[in-house]
Design a protein around this ligand. Sequence first.
Ligand SMILES: C[S@@+](CC[C@H](N)C(=O)[O-])C[C@H]1O[C@@H](n2cnc3c(N)ncnc32)[C@H](O)[C@@H]1O
Length: 320
Amino acid sequence: MFAVCFRHGRRHRSTIAARGCTVADMTDVRPPDALQREGADDEPPRRPLRRISGDLQVRGVDMQRPNAARMFDYYLGGTANFAVDRQAVDRLVAEVPEARVYARATRAFLGRLIRFLSHRGIDQFLDLGSGMPTVGNVHEIARRCRSDARVAYVDVEPEVVAHARQLLRGVDNVTVTHADIREPETLLAAPEVTELLDFTRPVAILAVSILPYIPDADDPAAIVAAYRDNCVPGSYLAVSHSTPLTMSEEQVRHSESAYQGTRTPLAVREIERIRELLPGYSLVEPGLVPLPQWRPEPDINAQQDATASANAVGALGYLP
Ligand SMILES: C[S@@+](CC[C@H](N)C(=O)[O-])C[C@H]1O[C@@H](n2cnc3c(N)ncnc32)[C@H](O)[C@@H]1O
């Protein structure tokens, strides 16, 4: 198996269009060593503009420059990434070795959040910047606690959306929306969101490792406030964000420059700047803390992550 078509779920021997599947619908799933041997995606073709869903006009799969979703997938050991993503991550890890634990610590934090929220009675989740589907997705964790949990996934990357729709076909009470979180009104009016989530009841907004991709020029605080204002008291906002806990200034520069080639550049922010993104919420204990310190559970992964700094903090806000 060399490539998979998201749209039809067909497997192909290469990413060349065949059997009605277009190149833009396929991702390479060869193991990294095979890719290196063949140099298969070293000089890939640029993909054309295409329509993915609704009325949002987007680019197709762009294998010539890295993207945050595929880089995150590579950090996690996934296969939905290309050589260009792996090279960007490898270059970053060479300069900032702690970056290796960032994605794992983020997913562990997300898991603890969902368990906590589910036990608090939350059964509706809006996952902003949900990323490539991987092990331990929000609906899987939530449904271990509440079988009726509803999850609306949202991402700006067409590959993420196509991959998630393929994997979640036939799964009840889970939707995937292709949208940009910088357009809250459009996102909150999307049918996949309005028909699934009931905003007259408490909802958990998940902004886990997404706000670093929103530059100051786009006013992340105003964006977060727009989602907050659509929620009733009793709702929650979860946030995680890159911050220089152990990184030097030079390492921060390396981190940001690793994402310069993507269309969602990264902003590492100081903790006080991150706190400013949470007005109106009262923070659940222990507040805004390094990810491994947020309600650690006696589980092997949490212990591993606690041994190294992920250079990221997280918090859960409660809307009184
Ligand atoms: C680091 S991944 C985080 C994935 C997931 N939240 C998690 O914690 O595992 C960031 C995701 O945000 C998405 N993203 C970046 N900017 C976005 C935007 N403006 N609107 C929607 N999604 C965005 C990227 O495509 C990527 O999938």
